[in-house]
Design a protein around this ligand. Sequence first.
Ligand SMILES: Nc1ncnc2c1ncn2[C@@H]1O[C@H](COP(=O)(O)OP(=O)(O)OP(=O)(O)O)[C@@H](O)[C@H]1O
Ligand SMILES: [Mg+2]
Length: 231
Amino acid sequence: MRAVSVTKSLGGNQVLRGASVEVADGEVVGLIGPNGSGKTTLVNVITGLWRPDSGRVKVDGVEVTGMPPERIARLGVRRTFQVPRLFRRLTALQNAAFPLIAEGAPDAYERAKEVLEELGFRELDAKPEELDLPRRRLIEVARAVAAGPRLLVIDELLAGLTDGECEAYVSSLMGLRRDLGFSVLWVEHVVRWLFRAADRVAVMNEGSVVAEGAPEEVRASPVVSRIYFGA
Ligand SMILES: Nc1ncnc2c1ncn2[C@@H]1O[C@H](COP(=O)(O)OP(=O)(O)OP(=O)(O)O)[C@@H](O)[C@H]1O
Ligand SMILES: [Mg+2]
């Protein structure tokens, strides 16, 4: 996936100002940046929720700019939402299986159950309102992974979890990635764990990607210290 020079204004704000990011096959790319820097908006452009004002997005060489989200999803770009969008009346398992059921996959429930269990999720029959935010986010991850993505896009997963839970989530997710072979674009504020999972990290500030590199390079970058700490 490659997003090049994306611009987007929303409600009179120029939210994206030439943002570019690339995820190679099999790669895990972390996307960090302060609140309001445009991470979710960039994800929304990549997944087709927003049409960019300019710039383009390609998936496996196919131009997807301006395609509706369902078509981009069918090309293998599956995402989670910062505020989970689950069906209130469906159970965790039914929510996770939903895209597969919609496609008529005969083994929809088995596949969704396998992924949920792999992620350490046990409350298969719980409704979303009975679960805390991290568990609801995990259902969305399972839903995206069960659909068999080429690119999994995560918009925040680890906030509010203990260190032990972060470790468990990260290692089971990376295990699934290895087994199923998808790549990941991962927006996350809990950078300590993101840096362990990511092959590369891109840093957004004020609507564009201002630094990128291996996690240890980004951690040491003066640009990044300035953005986060004003130093
Ligand atoms: N629909 C909208 N209308 C107007 N402004 C918007 C809209 N959506 C986002 N914005 C503004 O765009 C900027 C970037 O928002 P975005 O949600 O992409 O940031 P973010 O990097 O994901 O932040 P966070 O880390 O808090 O999730 C913010 O200033 C936000 O207020
Ligand atoms: Mg966001």
